[in-house]
Ligand binder design. Structure first.
Ligand SMILES: *[C@@H]1O[C@H](CO)[C@@H](O)[C@H](O)[C@H]1NC(C)=O
Ligand SMILES: *[C@@H]1O[C@H](CO)[C@@H](O)[C@H](O)[C@H]1NC(C)=O
Length: 225
């Protein structure tokens, strides 16, 4: 009885381990996901809730950046019109317009040199007003994006917060369209996005070597059983 259960256990464990290797590799290689992690740890340290990372909202944050058309100087006093959410951003991302929820806060920054996620955090949150936006209790979910992954600056970062229900807001039909994804990275969709300083090949290799390591570990486990 116990003997025959062992191969079965190994067969069940192996795909689970492989799957975890793949998703871990993805989020580690995405600067937008890293920024969301920094924001959530700052919020929870300040006794605010951790926010749900919504890929529909993340994709919209990237379209929000694209609306600036590379004009870095516009981020301080210009915003894309509200109608862009229904007319441009949602359709580009495959987000159902009926599931758009209220934006409860936004932080946008831009500079010519690429900032790493911790540097971006400091650029986006640099006064009391920004900190109030960051820690607001009105938010339930978040989407973050960074542009400039084609290797050229200026580099934009955008965080959108919403008070919608994470399971039912910014819902994506099927998959996010490829045209909405690059250049740039956004949070929440397991996109293996190396960011401006590492090209796609480097990011893929890192993911692949992690996969091989877990595969060897899984095989070792199967033998140990
Ligand atoms: C959260 O971020 C703000 C702004 O950068 C900083 O002043 C504060 O110390 C951070 N809190 C924690 C717990 O890291
Ligand atoms: C939260 O929402 C309320 C109602 O819309 C608004 O009055 C308040 O300023 C918001 N708080 C923050 C920190 O944005």
């Amino acid at each position: 009885m116990a003997m025959s259960a062992r191969p079965l256990l190994a067969a069940l464990l192996l795909p689970a381990l492989l799957l975890s290797a793949v998703s871990a590799a993805d989020s580690k290689n995405n600067p937008a996901d890293q920024l969301v992690a920094l924001i959530n740890s700052n919020r929870t340290a300040g006794k605010a809730s951790s926010l749900s990372d919504n890929q529909g909202l993340g994709c919209i944050a990237l379209q929000y950046i694209k609306a600036y058309q590379g004009q870095c100087s516009d981020v301080h006093d210009k915003k894309p019109p509200e109608s862009s959410f229904t007319e441009t951003f949602a359709p580009a991302c495959g987000v159902q317009v009926a599931t758009l929820s209220k934006i409860t806060g936004r932080l946008v920054g831009c500079q010519s040199k690429y900032p790493s996620p911790p540097e971006a955090f400091n650029i986006l949150v640099n006064d009391a007003k920004d900190l109030q936006v960051l820690h607001s209790k009105n938010h339930t979910e978040i989407g973050a994006a960074v542009s400039g992954t084609d290797g050229g600056g200026p580099y934009f970062w955008c965080i959108l917060f919403s008070g919608g229900k994470p399971a039912t807001s910014f819902k994506v039909d099927g998959e996010v369209p490829k045209t909405a994804m690059h250049p740039g990275c956004f949070s929440g969709n397991n996109d293996d996005c190396g960011g401006p300083t590492t090209n796609g090949a480097v990011a893929t290799n890192a993911g692949a070597s992690r996969l091989v390591a877990v595969l060897l570990f899984a095989i070792a486990c199967a033998f140990a059983l």
